[in-house]
Design a protein around this ligand. Structure first.
Ligand SMILES: [Zn+2]
Length: 295
């Protein structure tokens, strides 16, 4: 994605006509060189200095909308005609670290299909604090699963990790689309089963397994879903997710680093030895992975 600034955040929910949109863009852009770059198609998005958000230009927006193959695996498994029917209601959004998609007890306005590279944590809150992570959703899944079961409120907080894109749909529209898409129903039944298995395994893991093994398990799960060996995280955030004190995460990360399984520096964790990390992880990693692979 070529942007007119270093910020790659995009906003795709503009409903103005293209003409009004073009006027809006020209009001935002003051210098002639940038305007020329936009006109010549060298720039796909511009930065709104007021909101700090990048705004996707119409051509790039259309190119993304026309993109035939979704990287979300739930959508990718659908027969072409079923995906084509869904596509009209799907909107591409870019999400960044800390964005809250759903809150416990609140209406689920949109469901989200994360694309490759986006990770969403499902957290159970305790005394309204940042809570324990009970589920991790990447491009293999969907956020807002209760809607598929006819429930319109969330029981968890869904928080974005890292930055990436997702295709989202209004819940009411999704409910209608689901009724006429047997393949989507079948895929989501299997995904629901796998996610419940992940949640139950995570509950047992939190109670019985040591922090170091849990951290190794979590890094492998995140890495699988991000399809990257590099993960951005602060130890404080990880401590919250795992429900342990920060010092516990520091000690566990140091131990894994001393074994040269990971490298940790300033919020960046890199997996150096995947097989070694698997050997250090508790059995929950492989159990959860097997269930997802079979589902
Ligand atoms: Zn475990």
């Amino acid at each position: 994605m070529k942007t007119a600034s270093s910020d790659s955040r995009t906003e795709t929910d503009f409903s103005e006509t293209e003409a009004a949109f073009a006027t809006f863009i020209r009001r935002l852009i003051q210098d002639a060189a940038t305007l020329r770059a936009i006109d010549s198609g060298e720039v796909d998005a511009i930065l709104d200095p007021v909101s700090g958000r990048a705004i996707l230009l119409p051509e790039a927006r259309e190119a993304l909308r026309q993109s035939e193959v979704p990287t979300n695996q739930v959508l990718a498994t659908l027969p072409r005609e079923e995906y084509q029917r869904l596509r009209a209601g799907l909107e591409l959004v870019t999400l960044t670290f800390g964005d809250v998609l759903h809150e416990p007890g609140e209406l689920i306005q949109h469901i989200y299909f994360p694309n490759e590279g986006l990770l969403v944590s499902l957290l159970t809150l305790v005394q309204d604090r940042m809570g324990l992570e009970i589920g991790l959703v990447g491009s293999e899944g969907m956020v807002g699963l209760p809607v598929a079961q006819g429930i319109d409120t969330s029981s968890v907080r869904a928080v974005v990790q890292g930055t990436g894109t997702a295709l989202r749909m209004e819940s009411s529209q999704f409910r209608q689309a689901l009724e006429t898409s047997p393949a989507l129903q079948r895929t989501l039944h299997r995904y629901t089963y796998a996610l419940i298995a992940q949640i139950t395994q995570t509950a047992a893991c939190s109670r019985f397994h040591q922090v170091e093994a849990r951290l190794a398990r979590w890094l492998l799960m995140a890495s699988d879903r991000l399809q990257s060996n590099s993960i951005h995280f602060t130890q404080e955030w990880l401590a919250d997710l795992l429900g342990v004190r920060r010092v516990g995460v520091t000690l566990a990360a140091s131990a894994l680093q001393q074994q040269r399984l990971i490298q940790y520096s300033r919020g960046n964790i890199t997996i150096l030895d995947r097989e070694g990390l698997k050997a250090s992880a508790c059995e929950c990693y492989q159990k959860i992975k097997d269930i997802f692979d079979r589902a």
